[in-house]
Design a binder for this molecule. Structure first.
Ligand code: ZN
Length: 373
């Protein structure tokens, strides 16, 4: 199974300088090729990956671009591949038109197997032109990395992401199933009544962040003090993201350990974020990330994720008698079924319905697969 593991590393002063040159060159080549291909596109022509690669070879021979030869050629070539991927997604209507890379954004460079060395016995990772990296190996792995991506985030932290082909042992079966209602106020409510809340400390950092952002707005563009404040903002943002990520990982791993079948609503988060009132809380709750983690963890560990139609009225249906209420505004947290008199916690009732529908869909899928034509 192909996995991506990310580790933090700490470059020396020289390595940081060298990496800055690599990031700069990668960005330059990407933007140069994007300009080249965009110009052609406007004139109704298409430049292929091979053509852009040949043009890069010519560019590097020019005296005024000799500096491009001072860094490893592999990340530059990879950068053209990334642009190619971006174009393919655009032509398949899966993504918007590619955009220029900015100096202020997250920086990255890809090293294919010809441009790095991995010494498994000593856990030494060396990049061509950079040398051995001081990596904090926070988890173990057995296979040899096929690609190494180096990134520097906006908070100034460095990471390597390794693409690995690992075998994962399935988790023991428990015979248990669960339905999950994902929410805005509460991250998740389970059909057995358990709740998973959003991390509490996010609000503390949100206040800190708002203060730092106000300070940033007051600083003069291009000043050294502004850069210091920008870094402070980025560091708080990184802290919030890490806390959230960690929380989501713990919650999803716990679920996958305990349950064999997990049923969730197929939330179209992209569609929901467009609603401005909900955007902030949705971002906070990270529902999309939660769903994705459940999806790949179920696959890793031999568990089953059942995604049910997001138009199914899970909140409005009474799980005891099947009565469907006409409306159920977001503010209603508890309700009593007028048909059978059962009192419901809104989310728990939804989770129970999701579990029931998930079971039915699974059974139908099974019957479908064995029934004669
Ligand atoms: Zn009822």
């Amino acid at each position: 199974m192909k996995l991506r593991y990310r580790f933090r590393f700490y470059p020396t002063v020289e390595q940081a300088q060298e990496l800055a040159r690599v990031f700069g060159s990668v960005r330059y080549v990407y933007n140069w090729a994007l300009r080249l291909r965009s110009d052609a596109y406007r004139q109704g022509q298409k430049i292929s990956y091979n053509e852009s690669s040949a043009a890069l070879t010519t560019l590097k021979q020019r005296e005024d671009h000799a500096w491009l030869n001072e860094v490893s050629s592999v990340p530059l070539q990879q950068s053209l591949r990334h642009l190619q991927t971006a174009y393919v997604s655009f032509f398949d209507k899966r993504a918007d038109y590619p955009t220029f890379k900015k100096k202020t954004g997250k920086q990255s460079a890809d090293y294919a197997s010809s441009a790095f060395k991995w010494d498994a016995d000593n856990r030494h990772l060396s990049l061509s032109g950079i040398g051995r990296l001081d990596v904090h190996w926070s988890r173990s792995f057995k296979s040899t990395p096929t690609t190494v991506t180096v990134t520097k985030d906006t908070a100034g932290r460095y990471f390597v992401t390794l693409v690995l082909d690992e075998t994962i042992k399935p988790l023991p079966k428990t015979g248990e199933s669960i339905g999950i209602d994902l929410g805005i106020n509460r991250l998740a409510t389970l059909s057995n009544g358990e709740r998973i809340t959003n991390p509490k400390y996010t609000s503390k950092y949100a206040r800190k962040l708002a203060r730092a952002q106000r300070a940033l707005a007051r600083k003069q563009k291009g000043s050294a003090r502004r850069e210091g404040t920008r870094l402070r903002v980025a560091k708080i943002q990184a802290k919030i993201a890490d806390t959230r990520q960690d929380h989501l990982h713990k919650a999803t791993t716990h679920l996958v350990r305990r349950f064999d079948v997990i049923c969730i609503e197929d939330l179209n988060v992209r569609g929901m974020v467009k609603n401005h009132n909900l955007a902030k809380s949705i971002g906070d709750a990270s529902l999309g990330a939660f769903g994705r983690m459940l999806e790949y963890k179920c696959e890793w560990y031999g568990k089953e994720l059942v995604k049910i139609d997001r138009y199914f009225p899970s909140s409005k249906t009474c799980n005891a008698c099947g009565y469907i209420s006409e409306s159920m505004p977001l503010g209603v947290r508890e309700w009593v079924c007028p048909e059978c008199g059962t009192s419901h916690d809104r989310d728990e009732n939804a989770a129970k319905n999701i579990l029931a529908v998930g079971h039915t869909e699974r059974q139908n899928a099974r019957r479908g697969s064995v029934s004669p034509k």
